[in-house]
Design a protein around this ligand. Structure first.
Ligand code: ADP
Length: 477
């Protein structure tokens, strides 16, 4: 079967067909997927624009029921869709199933939200005049997503877009068309009218660029690299387009002398290495005070030593492969840079041979790193972390905040005073106390500061900020 693009309710092919390769076993083709052309992308945008007037006025029960049906099917097929996700992206099967469940929860949440859309009625400062403040759908929206959460990120963008009455042109990352196609197929069969959701798989430079060039897309929600995010921002300025950008991270995890050692090790292992470190919320700077430093590093290395890096579908695998050859080469290059700049390689650093040909990399830990090194300033997006030794809490906070990014920030401590101070002063959109920097809930705002994010927060009720536009109506009675 060749998977095609959904444009105005029809599945349309093109001459350009690519293989979706399994990073755990590069001999395996997960499926064949069609890349949309520029013209097809323009047709998808035109379809979303044509479908907008009717969908923006659709009944909320219709929206509720489509979103609910989608949630139910995702949940019912979580094992099968999780396996597809694990095969194309490389995260372990339990991680991939959990992501599919998360996508179902997101659709379930926004199915509920569709029945809870509210506005405000209030008196004017002038007598006998009433005011209504309402949220209206924004219009046709472009959704551009990365490869690291092929199901959850599309879900948390498409679900609120549809809930709030917008139409969508969805461009998934090239490496992971399988989950995107499956999600769109479910939504289409759940009863979306033609043109309300369009799928255009393909290259950023072709499909993505055609979206950036369009006058008809009045909003673009993007998750990916800072470089591409800046491109989206600049292109959107010309079109007076609303944007929501989620970009990189270089998240700190502070470990203080008074930390529970087991909690510190688990929080750091989970933050830095699970999902192969390929999360924008991953912690890659472990900032550790002197008094616990050596015990912490010893315990962390002992824990890394018993983690299995192997095929994503193999029972007992803790860490799957890196997503592709290019990402692996980039990770190895950063490991070299770390060594050259004088950090001590304390664990890992090498590729691994497993039973199947895949992009396997050891979890890699540097110690004696300084926050000025490139491995501590630039997002690596792989299973690589560096320990930075500091004197005390004040220095830890300063180092944590000394970064161009500001997505997530964690601390492990038993001190109420330091935890409270960190929550107040960490320069990040999300703060975690005695928890992994990754692993967020679906019903609360997600997003960051500085170079990590631009525009309104995603998820939960805060999603309305991006997916609607506010109207203030005055009536003289
Ligand atoms: P990542 O390295 O996480 O894949 P990218 O920023 O390269 O981050 O990709 C994120 C998304 O942006 C992908 O869907 C990609 O195809 C898309 N993209 C890449 N280049 C462009 C572009 N010039 N215009 C629009 N989208 C693009």
């Amino acid at each position: 079967m060749i998977h095609t693009n959904l444009i105005d309710g029809e599945w349309l092919g093109s001459q350009d067909i690519v293989e979706n390769i399994n990073p755990s076993d590069t001999r395996e083709v997960v499926g064949l997927y069609t890349r949309a052309t520029t013209r097809q992308t323009e047709a998808a945008i035109a379809a979303a624009a044509a479908a907008f007037p009717a969908w923006s006025r659709s009944g909320v029960l219709q929206r509720h029921s489509i979103l609910k049906k989608t949630a139910d099917e995702l949940l019912a097929r979580k094992d099968e869709l999780g396996a597809l996700l694990a095969r194309e992206e490389g995260k372990t099967l339990p991680e991939a199933i959990a992501e599919t469940v998360r996508a179902a929860q997101v659709f379930d949440f926004f199915a509920g939200e569709a029945l809870r859309l509210v506005g405000q009625v209030l008196p004017s400062v002038r007598p006998n005049i009433g005011i209504e403040i309402t949220r209206e759908p924004l219009g046709p929206i472009g959704v551009i997503t990365p490869w690291n959460f092929p199901m959850a990120i599309p879900a948390w963008k498409i679900a609120p877009a549809l809930c709030h009455g917008n139409t969508v042109v969805f461009k998934p990352a090239e490496l992971v068309p399988g989950s995107a196609w499956a999600l769109v197929d479910i939504l289409h069969r759940a009863g979306l009218p033609n043109g309300v959701l369009n799928l255009v798989m393909g290259q950023g430079s072709v499909v993505g660029q055609a979206m950036l060039n369009s006058d008809a897309l009045v909003g673009i929600t993007f998750t990916g690299s800072t470089g591409t995010g800046n491109r989206v921002a600049l292109a959107s300025l010309e079109h007076h387009r609303k944007i929501q950008l989620e970009m990189g991270g270089k998240n700190p995890m502070v470990v203080l002398d008074d930390a529970d050692l087991d909690i510190a090790v688990e929080a750091c292992v989970s933050s830095a290495f699970f999902s192969t470190g390929q999360r924008c919320t991953a912690a890659s700077r472990l900032i550790v005070t002197d008094g616990i430093h050596d015990r912490f590093v010893g315990a962390l290395i002992a824990r890394l030593d018993v983690l299995n890096v192997d095929h994503a579908l193999k029972p007992g695998s803790h860490i799957g492969p890196v997503v592709d050859a290019q990402q692996l080469a980039s990770n190895l290059n950063y490991i070299d840079i770390g060594k050259q700049q004088g950090a001590r390689l304390a664990f890992g650093g090498d590729c691994l041979n497993r039973g199947t040909p895949g992009f396997y990399l050891q979890p890699t830990l540097f110690t004696e790193a300084s926050n000025a090194m490139r491995i501590c300033r630039e997002e690596i997006f792989g299973p690589v972390a560096a320990v930075i030794r500091v004197r005390d809490y004040d220095e830890a906070l300063a180092v944590a905040n000394d970064t161009p990014f500001g997505l997530s920030s964690g601390i492990v401590t038993t001190s109420l005073k330091h935890a409270s101070d960190f929550k107040r002063n960490a320069q990040a959109g999300m703060v975690m106390v005695n928890l992994s920097t990754a692993g967020v809930d679906f019903h609360v705002p997600f997003g960051g500061r500085k170079a990590s994010s631009y525009g309104p927060r995603e998820q939960g009720q805060y999603a309305a900020e991006f997916y609607t536009t506010v109207k203030t109506a005055y009536t003289s009675a």
